[in-house]
Design a protein around this ligand. Sequence first.
Ligand code: F6R
Length: 401
Amino acid sequence: MMEPVTGAAPSADVGTGHEARERVVTRGPSRVPPTPHATALERIRTVVVEEHEDLARLVAHRIASLVRERMATGKTAVLGLATGSTPIGVYRELIRMHREDGLSFANVVSFNLDEYYPMAPDNIHSYHRFMWENLFSQVDMKPENVHIPRGDIPRDEVEQYCRNYEDAIRRAGGIDFQILGVGKTGHIGFNEPGSGVDSRTRLVHLDAVTRRDAAADFFGEEFVPKEAITMGVATILEAREIAILATGEHKSAIVRRAVEGEVNLEVAATFLQRHPTTTFYVDRAAGAALTRIATPWLLDEVEWTNDLMIRAVVWLSLQTQNAILKLTQRDYAEHGMSSLVAQKGSPGAVNGEVFNALGAKIRGKSKLPTGRRTICFSPHPDDDVISMGASCASSCRTTTR
Ligand code: F6R
């Protein structure tokens, strides 16, 4: 497993809060230079690992140690569980630990975050089915300890049902460890934009973005339920420890928003900034937009490798809307890149080096005919521009078919 790149904490252990400074370790093919001040921007303790599997192992091992610790003292471990693609790796690892390492779930009580409404528990799309298939049926979980909101409660009974769900969590002693995924809208559970920090378990309307994201699972957006029953933001924030997980590039923007942005009603995940023992676990792709990875030179001194220099200068050019060859000392200074100019001697030297490096990426340029008309046959309307535009624009007139 790769060593995690931690943001605001000394190690991969969860639940240590925000007080500790970081130990940054990077290994593997795409190394990120240490950025000791990442914490200045990151308002949730964030652990970046290389791959989804690394993240699944970290979280599963944390759960296992909690479950074992409780087992040793004859107590229950109360887990808050999520569905969706993100936690599947965690469940897989827990199942492996059950089979190979003797991890028992006999003392585990679980509460799931949500369920579509209306939805019969035995429907293939239900979160009941998801949980039994992906975890419960493969470990020694006691069925009476499993709690998942039911999506088949008559509408006029839903309110009371939701109150009972909250009571059941309280009677169980509260949630010890809550797993969360995050939706593109920033939802946690199904707390869509507008869900208040005081919200409790209730029936909610699903956001259009969420329904669109679920469309493939339901074989069409029109088949995705419009409502769901979800634990509230307040219910979630009462958990003693929270692990929020995100994987894949499509989550990178919302990860940055949740971790570095202001707390806002429109992005429920930002409320986790107020929870002292939340850790955000992301793989490299989901963490890609975090400042410490996307633009580390804004945080601290960096080691200017060739790749980093090119990435930074292209970024600077886009930021300032200045052509690369026209970037000035002031542009560099105002964007945390003075050390690069100092290293290369002058802004002109940096500009020239990056310009030439980019130009050299255009393969076969010298073999292109000059002053002649070229016809490109493109299978898709965009391909001519994407594949040929840069190569041909400077040297010849291009017609695409
Ligand atoms: C599911 C849940 C949701 C998901 C979120 C991310 O129980 O509460 O908040 O965690 O929609 O879903 P995936 O993991 O499928 O990207």
